[in-house]
Design a binder for this molecule. Structure first.
Ligand code: B12
Ligand code: SF4
Ligand code: SF4
Length: 382
């Protein structure tokens, strides 16, 4: 039983806290934070499905700051909050952990076996949202943070949190390169990865060599994006990116509705066509998961209760956690791929008199589009 106790230093730096007390004798020096120590931290993450790790310096992320300011200035963020709300915080790891020395970064693959499309009117979910891949990554990084704190360092884990720009620290940690589709591509593995990190006062060995650009002359992602949202290599116009269009509050612009196709949440097109991701993705799969939700019945989404919708989709980001944005998306999908069955007509009839004016308007659009499709008309004549 140790006789001396030292306080761990969590980010709040309390004078006294039972939860933060650690049982390391005060006279034992912190361990060397060398390559062997780093390898042990990486080992901690493996059982959680993490395949790639690296270390970035805990310095101000000036390139990301410039990019964020540029996107804001050019009106490309469309009211997104995330890392854009407080850029000086999200681009400075030392705002999260004062005196931080390094950022331990981890990447976890999320590619799962393709799921066949069930019968009926089915909406497509983007691959990263088939199951909650952030939860195991968060568990991995929290385990690393606990190890670091037990060794006397301060450490805080972040996964898809607004406190830090994940792709930027991952690139600086030597995990991959910025693709023209803006995603971080891992050499020999592609981009089907979620990212997270631990900001720490431990001076871990920092990665020195950036990964070389692997896009070369390719520009498939720019050409295939259904809404032309990749306006320059690496620059996304969120007002047109379907991933944001399906998450944001309010009305989906009429000009984008047909392009939504059968998507209910997220968009994968700029990754599905990416040659390194096609080539290497399949050998970098996520651990098998039970019942991934790759397809959702549109009619069920439109007829179940709000409570059921929220309970089922709690890991998804939805503005204000409001289930009506899922219903709005479902109405657009129904307009695009619905059939003339009685069930579809019943559901549409219900939404055409809905109390919510946004849902009513999307139902009107869907009804009009389905009629036009049946008449073989693509556009309302001017
Ligand atoms: C806001 C956000 C979005 C927004 C905006 C995306 C964007 N490109 O900015 C929306 C909602 C559209 C979105 C969509 C998606 N997202 Co998102 N998103 C975020 C979030 C919360 C913040 C991103 C951010 O700060 N962007 C700021 C801008 C300035 O950064 P950037 O566009 O990446 O710009 C960088 C490049 O321009 C680069 N750069 C600088 N100079 C140059 C020059 C060239 C030539 C190039 C190529 C690059 C380059 O430096 C910039 C700064 O790092 C992060 C989580 C986080 N906390 O970081 C997840 C995150 C980026 N998203 C993620 C995912 C999975 C997605 C989707 C694939 C989900 C989906 N299937 O629908 C799509 C992909 C869309 C796309 N092509 O980018 C992952 C990306 C993983 C990866 N391997 O890259 C992240 C990291 C979440 C996570 N923790 O795993 N997302
Ligand atoms: S996620 Fe879809 S809409 Fe957004 S840039 Fe990629 S292909 Fe375009
Ligand atoms: S599709 Fe081509 S240009 Fe786009 S990210 Fe992939 S390799 Fe780079």
């Amino acid at each position: 039983m140790p006789t001396n106790f030292v306080r761990s230093s969590c980010s709040l730096r309390p004078d006294w806290c039972l939860r933060c007390v650690i049982v390391r004798p005060a006279d034992s020096p912190p361990p060397a934070t060398d390559a062997a120590y780093l390898a042990r931290l990486a080992q901690i993450t493996e059982p959680f499905g993490v395949t790639h790790t690296g270390v970035a310096p805990a310095e101000v992320l000036s390139r990301a700051r410039t990019a964020i300011d540029d996107r804001l200035r050019r009106g490309l963020t469309d009211g997104m909050q995330f890392t854009f709300r407080n850029p000086s915080r999200s681009t400075n790891p030392r705002r999260a952990v004062p005196d931080a020395q390094s950022v331990f970064v981890a990447a976890r693959p999320y590619l799962l076996d393709d799921a066949p499309r069930p019968k009926g009117v089915q909406a497509r979910v983007a691959r990263y949202a088939w199951v909650d891949h952030y939860a195991p990554l968060r568990a991995a990084l929290r385990a690393v943070a606990r190890r670091l704190r037990a060794d006397g360092f301060r450490a805080v884990a972040f996964v898809d949190d607004n406190s830090i720009v994940d792709r930027e620290v991952a690139q600086l940690a030597g995990i991959g390169w910025f693709g023209k589709n803006a995603n971080l591509l891992l050499p020999g593995a592609g981009s089907w990865f979620v990212l997270g990190c631990v900001v720490t006062t431990a001076a871990l060995p920092i990665h020195q060599q950036p990964v070389e650009d692997g896009c070369g002359a390719c520009r498939r992602c720019l050409d295939v994006c259904p809404t032309r949202a990749i306006i320059e290599p690496g620059v996304i116009d969120a007002t047109r990116c379907l991933a944001w269009v399906l998450q944001k509050p309010g009305t989906i612009p009429v000009a984008l509705r047909e392009l939504v196709g059968d998507r209910i949440y997220g968009c994968d097109d700029c990754q599905e066509v990416c040659p390194p991701t096609i080539r290497f993705g399949p050998s970098n799969r996520a651990p098998a998961q039970d019942a991934p939700k790759a397809w959702l019945s549109v009619l069920e989404l439109l007829t179940c209760s709000d409570a059921e919708l929220v309970a089922q989709w709690s890991p998804w980001y939805l503005a204000d956690r409001d289930p009506r944005w899922i219903r709005r998306n479902a109405l657009v999908v129904l307009g695009n791929i619905g059939d003339s069955s009685g069930e579809v007509q019943d559901v549409l009839r219900e939404y055409l008199v809905h109390d919510d004016p946004i849902l009513r308007e999307h139902a009107e659009w869907a009804a009009q589009r389905l009629c036009m499709q049946r008449l073989g008309v693509d556009e309302v004549p001017a």
